[in-house]
Design a protein around this ligand. Structure first.
Ligand code: BGC
Length: 751
C-alpha cells in the first residue's frame, strides 16, 4: 500500500523512541505532571507529511463531517465516503463501534494517497455506554476525584468503540436557569468549575494520550456560551472583559492547563464578534496567553452561521475569517472544503496559515498514536470487555448517589423504613428513559431500572401515575390519592422530561407544570408524609413545592444506575452528600442570582428601607444558596483559626476549622471556604468560593480541615486588567454553604 506513509512512519517511530515517553501519572496527580505526558514530544512525521501534502490534502485535514445512525446501525452519506477516499475529509464524528470505525479507517489508510488516519469524534458528555448523571448533577458531588474516574471510564468505553476524541468537558459557567444547556455544565462557579473541568481532562486523557484507553478532550464552548441574553440558546452574549476573565474563563483555562488537546469555538457572539472567528478569544487569549498548542474546531455549522450573525458576506468570507482568527477545523459547514483552496489562490489566506492549522491537527493525531497504528482503537473484543462492566456500573451508582442533593428533610422523614408499604406516585416514577438525560452518548434504556422498580427492592410498592408531565388531565388524581392513603409513606417523582433541558431547550418558566403541583397538593392533603424526588436539568423555582413536601431529594437526571442510587438514598443504604453547584432562586424574577454578587452602592442592610438594592415583592436571598445540601446527620463547625493574620507576596497562611458530626449517623460534609476582598481597585464580590473539601465522619467524630491561602488564590483582574493580588483586608468564611457567616479577618501586604 502506501510506501510513502510506511517510510514516514518508520522515521517517526525511530525518533519518537528517543522522545519523552512513558512518564506515567497517578490519577489525581498534579497539573504540571499531567501536562508533561507526551505533549512535549516532537513528531517528525508531521513535518514529513506537511512537506509532501498537496493543498487539497491539507485542507482535507481541516474538514470534519458527521456520520449518521440508522435503525440498522451506523451509516454514512455517500458523498462523505467519496470525500474520505479523495483525502477531502480527514475527520469524522458520530461514527462509532470498533467494527464500523475500522471500515472507515481502512478507506482513509488504504485508499488515499498518503494514508493519513481519520480522527473519530463524538459527544461523550456524561458517559458513553455507562451513563453517569448529567453534568450539573455530577458537579453537585463536589468530588473531582470521582468525576475524574467517571471520565476515565467514559474514555475507556468510547476508545474501545473506536473513538479518539470527545467533545467534553463543557466548561460553560451559567447563572441562567432558563438556558437548557445549564444541565451540561458545572454550575455557576469558576472555582468549582475549574476543579471539575481539570478532573475531566485528566480522566479522558490520562497521563499518556498514546495509551489506547485514553481519548482527546475538547474544551467547549469557547467562550461564554453560558450567558445568552434572556436564557435563549444561541442568543447574544455581551459582558465586560473583566467579568469574562474573572467569572467565565477560569474553567476553560483550567482544562487547557490540564493538557486538553482541542477547543471548540462557541456559537455565540461576544463583544459583537462571533466566537467562531473571534481572534481575541481563539488566538490572543487561547494561544498567546495560555499557550494552547492543540487545535480549535468550530461548533456544528458554526462557520456557516456567521452569515446569519451578519459578520460574513458568504461562506467563503466566513471560512477565511474563521481560519485566520484561529479556528482550525470546520465542523459540518463545508466552507473549508469548498472555499479555502480558492482563498489561498486569491491570496486571502496564506499557505502558512493553512500549514499551521494542519500541523495542529496532525500533531493531535500523532499524540493519539494513530500514525503508529491507525486501528489501535478498533478492537471488537476490547469493546465487549470494556463496556458496562460491573466496575463501571458501580462507579455510576456511587456518583449518582453523590450527585443527589437533599434539600429538605422535616422531622427526619428520610430515610424511609425498609419493608413498609410505599405509594410511588408521579409521571416520572416509571420512566427509565428520562433518567439518562440529554447527550446520553451511546447509552441505552434497555436494562435501566426506573425509580418505581428500584423502590420495590426495598418496600411493597403501590404505584399511581397521577398525571402526565404537563397538561390538565386530573383523571388519575383519585387513584393516586387512594394509593397514598393506603401507604405508610409516599414518594412522588416529579420534574421535567429529559428533553426540556440540553441544547435548544430553553424555557421561560422554571416552575413545575401546574398539574404536577396540583397533584402534589392533593397527595399532601392526605396527611401522609410526602418525599418529593425531583428529576430536572436546571435549577427550578420550587418555592411552592418546598412548602408542601416533607422532604425533597434533587436527583437531576442521574443516569444508568440512577434509580438504584435514589432508592439506596431514600432507604438509608447511602446518605445524601450532594451540594448545589448553582443557586436555586425563589422565582424567575430573581435571575440571575449567584453567590459572588457585588455589594452595590446601596446594599440592602436596613430592613424595610426603600432606597436600597431590593425587591418590593420578594426577598433578595435565594430559596437555596450555592453549596447547600442536607444529609441524615448534622455537623458543627468551630470558628476558623488562622496560622497568621497577615502574609505577603512570597508567603501564605492557612485557615483551619474543626468539623464535628453531631448526629447519630455517619455522614459526609463538604466544607467550603469563601473569601471576600474588602476593598479593591475594582469592586469585589461579597464572597467567592476559594476552597472545599469532602470529609466523611462517624457519629461524634471531629476532623480538622485546613485550607492554604496564597497570593494566587486572592488574585483578580485589577483595574489595569493585570492579574494579581492587592494589599488590604479580607474576610474568610468557612461553613456548609455560601450563606455561612462569622468570618475571620486577615491582611495581605505587598511587602
Ligand atoms: C453542540 C456541541 C456538540 C456538537 C457536535 C453542537 O450542536 O453545540 O456541544 O459537541 O453539536 O455534536
Amino acid at each position: 500500500m502506501k510506501r510513502l506513509l510506511l517510510f514516514l512512519c518508520a522515521t517517526f517511530v525511530l525518533v519518537s523512541c528517543q522522545g519523552n515517553v512513558g512518564r506515567k501519572l497517578a490519577a489525581g496527580g498534579s497539573q504540571d505532571s499531567a501536562r508533561a505526558a507526551n505533549f512535549d514530544k516532537t513528531y517528525p512525521i508531521v513535518d514529513s507529511l506537511l512537506r509532501v501534502m498537496t493543498l487539497d490534502e491539507k485542507i482535507g485535514q481541516l474538514v470534519l463531517y458527521t456520520s449518521d445512525w440508522d435503525v440498522t446501525g451506523p451509516s454514512i452519506r455517500d458523498g462523505y465516503v467519496d470525500d474520505i477516499r479523495a483525502g477531502r475529509c480527514g475527520n469524522i464524528f458520530n461514527a462509532y463501534t470498533a467494527e464500523y470505525t475500522r471500515k472507515l479507517q481502512e478507506i482513509a489508510v488504504n485508499e488515499t494517497r498518503l494514508g493519513i488516519p481519520l480522527l473519530f469524534g463524538y459527544d461523550v458528555i456524561h458517559g458513553f455506554r455507562t451513563i453517569f448523571p448529567i453534568n450539573l448533577g455530577i458537579s453537585a458531588s463536589w468530588d473531582p476525584e470521582l468525576i475524574q474516574e467517571s471520565a476515565r471510564i467514559a474514555a475507556r468505553e468510547a476508545a474501545a468503540a473506536g473513538l479518539h476524541w470527545t467533545y467534553s468537558p463543557m466548561c460553560d459557567i451559567s447563572v441562567e436557569p432558563r438556558w437548557g444547556r445549564i444541565s451540561e455544565g458545572a454550575g455557576e462557579d469558576a472555582f468549582l468549575g475549574s476543579a471539575i473541568s481539570r478532573a475531566m481532562v485528566y480522566g479522558y486523557q490520562g497521563s499518556d494520550l498514546e495509551d489506547p484507553m485514553t481519548i482527546a478532550a475538547c474544551v467547549k464552548h469557547f467562550a461564554a456560551y453560558g450567558a445568552p441574553q434572556a436564557g435563549r440558546d444561541y442568543n447574544t452574549v455581551d459582558m465586560s472583559e473583566r467579568w469574562l476573565r474573572e467569572f467565565y474563563l477560569p474553567p476553560y483555562k483550567a482544562a487547557v492547563d490540564a493538557g486538553a488537546q482541542t477547543v471548540m469555538a462557541s456559537f455565540n457572539e461576544l463583544d459583537g464578534i462571533p466566537a467562531t472567528a473571534n481572534a481575541h478569544l481563539l488566538t490572543e487569549i487561547l494561544r498567546d496567553e495560555w499557550g494552547f498548542d492543540g487545535f480549535v474546531v468550530s461548533d456544528y455549522t458554526g462557520i456557516m452561521e456567521m452569515i446569519n450573525h451578519g459578520t460574513s458576506l458568504d461562506l467563503k468570507d466566513a471560512s477565511v475569517q474563521a481560519l485566520k482568527a484561529g479556528n482550525d477545523m470546520d465542523m459540518q459547514s463545508g466552507g473549508y472544503s469548498e472555499h479555502l483552496k480558492k482563498a489561498v489562490e486569491e491570496g486571502l489566506v496564506s499557505q502558512k496559515t493553512i500549514d499551521e492549522a494542519v500541523r495542529r491537527v496532525l500533531t493531535v493525531k500523532a499524540r493519539l498514536g494513530l500514525f503508529d497504528d491507525p486501528y489501535r482503537y478498533c478492537d471488537p473484543e476490547r469493546e465487549k470487555a470494556e463496556t458496562m462492566t460491573a466496575e463501571n456500573l458501580a462507579t455510576a451508582k456511587k456518583l449518582a448517589e453523590e450527585s443527589c442533593v437533599l434539600l429538605k428533610n422535616d422531622n427526619d422523614c428520610l430515610p424511609l423504613a425498609k419493608g413498609g408499604r410505599v405509594a410511588v406516585i408521579g409521571p416520572l416514577a416509571e420512566s427509565a428513559d428520562d433518567l439518562l438525560g440529554s447527550w446520553r452518548g451511546a447509552g441505552q434504556v434497555e436494562g435501566v431500572k426506573n425509580i418505581k422498580e428500584a423502590i420495590a427492592d426495598y418496600a411493597t410498592v403501590v404505584y399511581a401515575k397521577g398525571c402526565e408531565l404537563s397538561g390538565s388531565d386530573r383523571s388519575g388524581f383519585a387513584q393516586a390519592v387512594a394509593a397514598a392513603r393506603g401507604a405508610n409513606a409516599v414518594v412522588m417523582v416529579l420534574g421535567e422530561s429529559c428533553d426540556w433541558s440540553g441544547e435548544a431547550a430553553s424555557r421561560t418558566s422554571i416552575r413545575l407544570p401546574e398539574i404536577q403541583t396540583e397533584l402534589l397538593k392533593a397527595i399532601v392533603n392526605t396527611g401522609k408524609p410526602v418525599t418529593l424526588v425531583l428529576l430536572n436539568g436546571r435549577p427550578l423555582d420550587i418555592s411552592e413545592e418546598s412548602g408542601l413536601a416533607s422532604s425533597i431529594l434533587e436527583a437531576w437526571f442521574p443516569g444508568t444506575m440512577g434509580a438504584e442510587a435514589v432508592a439506596s438514598l431514600l432507604f438509608g443504604d447511602a446518605s445524601p452528600s450532594g451540594r448545589l453547584s448553582v443557586t436555586f432562586p425563589r422565582n424567575i424574577g430573581q435571575v440571575p442570582i449567584y453567590h459572588y454578587a457585588k455589594m452595590t452602592g446601596r446594599p440592602y442592610v436596613h430592613p424595610g428601607a426603600k432606597f436600597e438594592s431590593r425587591y418590593l415583592d420578594c426577598e433578595n436571598e435565594p430559596l437555596y444558596p450555592f453549596g447547600y445540601g442536607l444529609t441524615y446527620t448534622t455537623f458543627s463547625y468551630s470558628k476558623p483559626t488562622l496560622s497568621a493574620t497577615e502574609f505577603g507576596p512570597k508567603g501564605s497562611l492557612s485557615a483551619t476549622v474543626t468539623v464535628t458530626n453531631t448526629g447519630a449517623r455517619p455522614g459526609t460534609e463538604t466544607v467550603q471556604m469563601y473569601i471576600r476582598d474588602l476593598v479593591g481597585s475594582v469592586t469585589r464580590p461579597v464572597r467567592q468560593l476559594k476552597g472545599f473539601e469532602r470529609v466523611s465522619l462517624a457519629p461524634g467524630e471531629s476532623r480538622q480541615v485546613s485550607f492554604e491561602i496564597t497570593p494566587e488564590l486572592i488574585s483578580f483582574w485589577r483595574r489595569d486588567l493585570t492579574f494579581g493580588p492587592e494589599a488590604g483586608d479580607f474576610q474568610l468564611f468557612i461553613g456548609a454553604d455560601a450563606a455561612c457567616n462569622d468570618p475571620v479577618t486577615f491582611s495581605y501586604t505587598d511587602r
